[in-house]
Design a protein. Sequence first.
Lengths: 317, 333, 323
Amino acid sequence: MMSLKGAAESLSEDIDEQWLQAKPMSLWKTTLRRLLRRKTGIVGLILIGFMMVMAIGAPVFAPYDPENVLIGKEKVRKREAPCIHLLGCPSERPQHLMGIDGNFRDQLSRVIYGARVSLSIGFTTVLFAFLGGTILGAIAAYWGGWLDNLIMRIMDVILGFPSLLLAIAIVAVLGPGIRNALFAISIVTLPAYARVMRASVLSIKEMDYVAASQALGASRLRILMSRIVPNALTPIVVLSTLGIASAILDAAGLSFLGLGAQPPTAEWGTMLGAERNQVFSAPHLVFFPGLAIMLTVLGFNLLGDGLRDALDPRLND
Amino acid sequence: MNTATDAPVLSVTGLKTWFHTRDGIAKSVDGVDLEVQPGKVLGVVGESGCGKSVTALSIMRLIPPPGRIENGQVLFKGEDLLSLSPTEMAKLRGEHISMIFQDPGSSLNPVVTAGNQIAEMYEIHRQTAARANQDKAIEMLEKVGIPDPGQRASAYPHELSGGMAQRVMIAMALACEPQLLIADEPTTALDVTIQSQILELIRELQEQTRTAVILITHDLGVVAQMADRIAVMYAGEVVEESDVTNLFDEPRHPYTRQLLKSIPVLGANQDDLAVIPGRVPSLVDLPGGCRFAARCEARTEVGLAACTESRPPLEAVGTGHKARCWMYLDNPP
Amino acid sequence: MTALIQVDRLSKHFPVHVGLLRREAGAVQAVSNISLDIHRGETLGLVGESGCGKSTLGRLVIRLLEPTSGTVRFNGDDLTHASREQLRKLRRRMQIIFQDPYSSLDPRSPVGNSIAEGLRVHGIINQSEQHEKVGQILDRVGLQSAHAQRFPHEFSGGQRQRIGIARALVLQPDFVVCDEPVSALDVSVQAQVLNLLRQLQRELELTLLFISHNLAVVEHLSDRVAVMYLGEIVEITDRDTLYREAQHPYTKALLSAVPVPNPHLRGEKIILQGDVPSPLNPPPGCKFHPRCPIAMDACRTTAPTPIQMRRPVEHLVACHAAG
């Protein structure tokens, strides 16, 4: 008959000495490892990384100032096709890898600087939506009752409108410009975060470890901040990554319609909007900004997909 | 009827089902031999991870990738199931071999009524008319003890209690009078009073229809009450096989012995429960030699070197009693 | 000597809301009018099947749930009407161990952090003192202090239960509610944890409320046992009397239904008819009467009050046919 001491000893025996040497694996570390195992996650990270490097290093990478009108400074024609020395363009002519736009500006520089605008809109709107949405969702779920009802019905109303149309309406009222575009997009994105956070908190609230904290005497606020919120954020992380993608698209859409970034600011959507009638005569002016949007949004979508798979506890190979 | 010379309904030899995971090959079932006689109940007992459910799914050929049946023979009425095509196997399932699972909540189709799920069995396997199928379904519901079967036939699974839903599953499984029924933890999710109802039902029906049953469970009490023969599994192997009285009266394998000593028994007035030290070995990283050696009390007493070096075969240690242990073999290496 | 825990006519109803405006359409009567005492140093076993309210009662007794009516006293102090500050102090002395080893620990915190939470809440904020106490309690439950930095998913089910026990005991409470602590564990691991609980109870002089649906496990650990059915206690007495001389027909059926690991004992079982009725709509009179093999007319109309059997020991049975 095994005594308790024997049981305790044998437990120590079978504990791998190696296991104790290895670093503890927090959930984030495990998630990162799983993310990096799949191609989707890696490709997404590479694309985003590339765009961010471009945005941050814009002054370094861009050959010209994006608002620099070249008429008179260089011998270039309006909407001239790209001149790439490596591909045969004579070296006497100035190199413009993506050509010249309708205002005699170097498009490559505008695309590179455009990354700054697009990415910052993407991150900022998601940040606001995240902060607003998670706080509202957490309050609704934790306090319940009429407050929950009130908050969620307001979210329902916002969600009742097609998001881009609502954003256009808000900008139309407030006036065009990046700041107002930011505000509008944040508003239309926020309800999704509130809903997801509320659902997340509602289910975490019922977990035994929350009851354990209660039994230990922790205050409601402490339980909310230290136990519930950190665990409830998991689905929000995926939502945010995908949210950046759609925020960038929304921003491009608003700018395309002339409601977002105003000329002469270089923004991919504005660039598309300005040259949309030249699709056949100067396709490079539509192609490159479009490609930039596509690659950035693809990058965030892939990262979001990769994260969702990495965070799903059931998908264990 | 001389059951001793009747050919077994199911005869499994050398079954190996391995899961090829990123972290290595998990040898869930690693050389299992089993036999079920017609009309008898074979209890397969073991803790989680021992491979009992995977064995059942392998017999039914329902193993999902990355699992693969690597080796072995599964003779059902003389025919090797592992050599059949998927279509041929599908014909057997439900009609000749049926299976019921632990959680009726997730095994029943939530959008089809109870009656229709049973009627579907007749539709698929007997191709009889819809009206006749409905009638037969109601008959089956009555047979499995559901009160008011005509009414209940139009109930959806979520409207049924756990016990009722399990009865519906049993009705579906026995609708076409299969020769073999595999029950994988059929009462684990049920309350104890409902459990005894369901076990009683299985016993009655089994006696009536002479269906052979493989009853898989971790509960030694359940097999003691229901089984004719018992196979004890550990880490992917059968470690002991015997008729039920012999297993409980004279368990041979140290795992069986230690397991029996570690469960609290009603009325036994035990002091501290005997503990099996250590943990089940990882299926990806199995030790050479006997898989139970690290936790075996007998080994520390008897001290056989063979235990850690080579894997003992499953050999007879008495009439109709086999055990996988070097202690009982004449010439351990 | 007053009992450590005194429960007086405790009830808990969960209202059911329907519709857009969430009208109250009825109530789930989880616990109905329960009175009992738990004596210092004893292990009171609480058995019953799913839906009988045993887990709810466990949580009510330490005020993790607010009762609909009735009171609970802890060592003479009124727990039900305690102020927030009084409650916080009382919490130190009563703790709970949960059933599911996978949801009872915060997956994002190292286990040492989860264990030390009680220390932090009750004023022991010194890091090294926390570290020391956590190490001690981990050692006590058969783990190592180095495990404190690891995360829950790195442990097995049995080890997580030990961590849950450590968390409950680090504050050295007087009373611990054990809510199905071994039900989710493998048979061979159950024995380890049960032995540990018994050992710790002796060493730390704990009073336990041991909740389980497994009668053999409850019999193994308990001094007295209470049987619950649909929110009420139908029988309560000391362990040996219950298991040998049960009076209530439900208790008898329950005992008969437990599959005994002995093939020689395949006797006649008392098989109850029908399913456990819903706590939303309990039957009138004695709640057990639709399934009771000896139901009489009185049972359908009047709920039985607990009767003390003619015995020297306390043996209460809520049945018209008892005595």
